[in-house]
Design a binder for this molecule. Structure first.
Ligand code: NDP
Length: 528
C-alpha cells in the first residue's frame, strides 16, 4: 500500500490578517499553543513554540482495581439477573484480554423478556402516577452520576474509548438524559398541548457499540418517561455498562420487568424485531441492518425509529477562523476514534485555503496522543473490535487503490490491541468509496469546493443526511448554507455538541425519527 507519510516540508501557510489576538498565524508566537516541530526540524512560515521532543506527558493511567463486574453475565429479566447459555467472550480492545463472558439470548429468552415487559406494563408501570414514574427515572440518573467514575472506567475498558471521553462525555450525557426525561414524565400534557397522549406499550431497543451506556440512556429514558416498558439489546462487543446499569435499576427498585436487557448478537436483535408482543422498535446502527429491520416490520403495526449511518460534511469557508475550525475537524473525525454516526468524515474546504488547512491539520495531528485508553492524556484509544479494524483497513486500502493520497499521523502504536493511526486522504473525488461510504474510524476524506453553491451541492451529494458543520465568519452565510443542507443536525462554528433537550436524527438513508428533546419523547407516544 503506497501512502504519503513524509513529514511536513515547507507548508505554504499563509499569515492571518495579523490582527492581534485573532487566533490566526498573525498573532505573536506566545499567544499560540502550537508546539509541533515539522518532521524535518523546519518551521516554515509557521511561528510556533519550539517544544519539539523536549518533553512528553508522563503516564497518567486511571486505576481499574475498584471497578466491579462479573466474569459471566446471563441476562436481566423481570428485575433479576438470570442465567444464560451460549457464552461468548467480551474483549478489552486495547489489550485483547477477555474481560467477561456473556450469554446469547435466543428467541425463547427474548420471549421471556417481552412477556416480562408486557406484564410490568399492565401490572405496574401503566398504573403508576406519572410523577412516581419521573422519580424512578430521576433516581437512575442520579445513581449513574454517583457511580460515574466506575462507569467511565468500565466503558473505556470495554469500548476502547479514551477515559477523558467516557468521563467527560458519555457518562455525564447518559445521566443527563435520565434527568432530562424524568422532568417530562408528569408534564406530557404541556409537552403536547391540546393532544391526548398514550404510551405505545413494550419497546424493543437495539443499540450499537460506539456509545454503549449513552445509547442505552437515549433509548430507555424517553421510553420510560412516556410510560412504556422496554427490552434492550446492547451490542455484542459492549454489554458491560448495560449490565452495570441493570444493577442500578435493581438498586432504585424499579418495578420488575419495566427494563429488561438481553445479551447476544444480530440474531437476538432480529428475535426482538420479529416478536409479536413488541409495539415499537428503536434501532441505532448500520444502514444495512436498518433496512433489514424496516423490511421485516413493513407488514406489521409496530412503530419504528431508525438512527443509521452518516457521512457528515464539515465545510470550511475561506473566511472561517481556521485554527478554531481545525479543532472542529479534529473533534469531528477523531473523537471516539471516528466511531461516530454524525462524524464530520467528509471535510469540504474552500480551494483558496486548502493548503493552509491541510498544513495546520498535519501540525495539530502531530500532537494527538494515541494509546492506552485508560491514560488520562490519551486523545485516541483503541478501535472497538478486530472486525471493525479490518473494515477500516479495507476501506483505507480501497481509497489508496482508487488514487487518493493517504496521510497518517506518525505516532507510535501500542504492540497489542486494535489501534489505527489518525489519518486523512487528499486528492479525493466524489466517486471514491472513501467519499461515499461510512468508514467509522479515524480517517478523514478531504474534498474541495470553490463557491458556496458548490459546497452545498457536494455536501448534499450523499445517500446519508445525518450531520454537517459549517465554519465561516459570516452569520448570514452560515444560516443560508444551513438552510440548504439536507442533514438532521447542523453545527455552526463548532462540532459534535450534544444536549438531551436537542433532537437528533437523520434524513435520507441516515434514518427517520428523532432522539432527544420533545421529538424523542413523541416517538414513544401515540399523540392524538
Ligand atoms: P450493526 O448495524 O450490525 O449493529 C447495530 C446493532 O444491531 C447491534 O446491537 C447488532 O448486534 C444488532 N443487529 C445486527 N444485525 C441485526 C439484525 N438483523 N436485526 C436486529 N439487530 C441486529 O452495526 P455493526 O456493529 O455491525 O457495525 C457495522 C457498521 O455499521 C459500522 O462499520 C458502521 O459503519 C455502522 N454503524 C453505525 C452506527 C451508528 O450509530 N449509525 C453504530 C454502529 C455501527 P451485534 O452487536 O451483535 O452486531
Amino acid at each position: 500500500m503506497s501512502h504519503e507519510r513524509d513529514p511536513l516540508t515547507n507548508p505554504k501557510i499563509e499569515s492571518g490578517d495579523g490582527a492581534p489576538g485573532d487566533g490566526t498565524l498573525g498573532d505573536p508566537p506566545s499567544d499560540r499553543a502550537t508546539s509541533q516541530m515539522h518532521g524535518d526540524g523546519h518551521y516554515g512560515d509557521v511561528r510556533s513554540l519550539l517544544f519539539g521532543d523536549l518533553w512528553d506527558y508522563a503516564p497518567a493511567p486511571e486505576t481499574a482495581d475498584h471497578v466491579q463486574f462479573q466474569s459471566r453475565y446471563g441476562h436481566f429479566i423481570g428485575g433479576e439477573f438470570v442465567e444464560g447459555e451460549n457464552f461468548f467472550p467480551i474483549i478489552n480492545p486495547a489489550t485483547e484480554e477477555v474481560l467477561a463472558e456473556v450469554a446469547t439470548a435466543d428467541a425463547a429468552v427474548v420471549d421471556r423478556a417481552v412477556t416480562s415487559a408486557r406484564s410490568a406494563y399492565d401490572k405496574y408501570w401503566s398504573k403508576l402516577s406519572a410523577g412516581e414514574r419521573g422519580k424512578f427515572i430521576y433516581h437512575i440518573g442520579r445513581a449513574i452520576q454517583e457511580k460515574a467514575r466506575e462507569f467511565a472506567i468500565l466503558e473505556t475498558m470495554n469500548n476502547g474509548k479514551p477515559i477523558k471521553e467516557s468521563r467527560d462525555v458519555d457518562i455525564p450525557l447518559a445521566a443527563a438524559h435520565f434527568l432530562y426525561y424524568a422532568g417530562w414524565a408528569d408534564k406530557l400534557e404541556y409537552a403536547f398541548p391540546g393532544a391526548a397522549t398514550r404510551p405505545l406499550g413494550v419497546a424493543g431497543q437495539i443499540i450499537p457499540w460506539n456509545f454503549p451506556l449513552m445509547m442505552a440512556a437515549w433509548k430507555i429514558a424517553p421510553a420510560l418517561a412516556a410510560g412504556n416498558t422496554v427490552v434492550l439489546k446492547p451490542a455484542e462487543t459492549t454489554p458491560l455498562t448495560a449490565m452495570k446499569l441493570a444493577e442500578i435499576i435493581r438498586e432504585v427498585d424499579l418495578p420488575p420487568g419495566v427494563v429488561n436487557i438481553v445479551n447476544g448478537a444480530g440474531a437476538t436483535g432480529a428475535a426482538i424485531v420479529e416478536h409479536g408482543g413488541i409495539d415499537k422498535i428503536a434501532f441505532t446502527g448500520s444502514t444495512e441492518v436498518g433496512k433489514i429491520i424496516q423490511r421485516s416490520l413493513a407488514r406489521t403495526r409496530k412503530s419504528l425509529t431508525l438512527e443509521l449511518g452518516g457521512k457528515g460534511a464539515n465545510i470550511i469557508f475561506e473566511d472561517a477562523p481556521l485554527d478554531q475550525a481545525i479543532e472542529g475537524v479534529i473533534n469531528g473525525i477523531y473523537f471516539n476514534q471516528g466511531h461516530v454516526c454524525c462524524a464530520g468524515s467528509r471535510l469540504l474546504v474552500q480551494e483558496s485555503v486548502v493548503d493552509t488547512v491541510v498544513a495546520k491539520l498535519k501540525q495539530r495531528m502531530a500532537s494527538l496522543r494515541v494509546g492506552d485508553p485508560l491514560d488520562k492524556n490519551t486523545d485516541i484509544g483503541a478501535i472497538n473490535s478486530f472486525d471493525q479494524l479490518t473494515r477500516i483497513k479495507e476501506l483505507v486500502a480501497a481509497g489508496v487503490d482508487e488514487g487518493a493520497v493517504l496521510y497518517e499521523s506518525e505516532c507510535d502504536l501500542p504492540d497489542r490491541g486494535f489501534f489505527f493511526r489518525p489519518s486523512f486522504f487528499t486528492n479525493v473525488s466524489q466517486s471514491h468509496r472513501i467519499a461515499r461510504e461510512e468508514i467509522f474510524g479515524p480517517v478523514l476524506s478531504i474534498l474541495t469546493f470553490r463557491t458556496p453553491s458548490e459546497a452545498i451541492e457536494r455536501a448534499n451529494n450523499s445517500r446519508y443526511g445525518l450531520s454537517a458543520g459549517i465554519w465561516t465568519d459570516k452569520g448570514s452565510k452560515l444560516f443560508k448554507i444551513a438552510g440548504a443542507l439536507r442533514a438532521g443536525v447542523i453545527w455552526g462554528n463548532t462540532f459534535n455538541k450534544f444536549d438531551p433537550g436537542s433532537p437528533f436524527g437523520g434524513y435520507k438513508e441516515s434514518g427517520f425519527g428523532r432522539e432527544g428533546g420533545l421529538h424523542g419523547l413523541r416517538s414513544y407516544l401515540e399523540v392524538r
